[in-house]
Design a protein around this ligand. Structure first.
Ligand code: GDP
Length: 191
């Protein structure tokens, strides 16, 4: 059905429980200012626009990607939209999430410490088979780097996470981040 198609939304069915067309909830976590909204806007709209904020709370952005085996994955991306502080929202936010992307800023050790806090929260409240990615963003600011790449690699490995450094500004590794997540999703059995 989708063979030969490189990208674009799957309009033929809702994708639920269809092993060829997955639909997954993805939640973003991380300190305010690490670039979560910019990563989403780069991925969904192909733009870097620090002034435009993803709308708060109720809605999410979605983007479909096609993999080489002709399956598609539709990400429904939930951004905390500045509500990082409201811990009480967390269980609702995590519910049904197949993917969690925990973001820090490579120039900010505080944001790396906060990322580790979010990973622990996910381990407590998230689904046990959630796919977790650790993302060191703002990789373009390498001259201001304060979190060594190896620290990210080591922490991710200890916690069974996929690790990548990105730049929403230059677009480095943004598509790769979502492609790698897609490859790691558990597949419903095909009939
Ligand atoms: P959020 O609070 O985590 O959603 O962070 P935002 O997406 O609002 O980004 C916070 C600020 O960081 C923005 O004003 C951007 O200018 C900046 N920013 C985001 N991503 C990058 C990046 O990859 N490189 C650089 N240099 N700046 C970034």
């Amino acid at each position: 059905r989708n063979s030969g198609r490189l990208s674009g939304p799957n309009l033929e069915n809702g994708g639920l429980a269809d092993p060829k067309n997955l639909r997954v909830k993805l939640v973003l976590l991380g300190d305010s200012g690490v670039g979560k909204s910019c990563i989403v806007l780069r991925f969904v709209r192909g733009q870097f626009d620090p002034t435009s904020k993803v709308t708060v709370g109720a809605s999410f952005l979605s983007q479909t990607i096609a993999l080489q085996d002709s399956t598609t994955v539709k990400f429904e991306i939930w951004d905390t939209a500045g509500q990082e502080r409201y811990a009480a929202l967390a269980p609702l936010y995590y519910r049904g999430a197949a993917v969690a992307v925990v973001v820090y800023d490579i120039t900010s050790p505080e944001s790396f410490a906060k990322a580790q806090y979010w990973v622990k929260e996910l381990q407590k409240h998230g689904s046990p088979d959630i796919v977790m990615a650790l993302v060191g963003n703002k990789a373009d600011l390498h001259e201001m780097r304060e979190v060594p790449v190896q620290d990210g690699i080591d922490y991710a490995e200890k916690n069974g996470m996929f690790f990548i450094e990105t730049s929403a500004k230059t677009a480095d590794n943004i598509n790769q981040l979502f492609e790698e997540i897609a490859k790691r999703l558990p597949r419903p059995p095909s009939s």
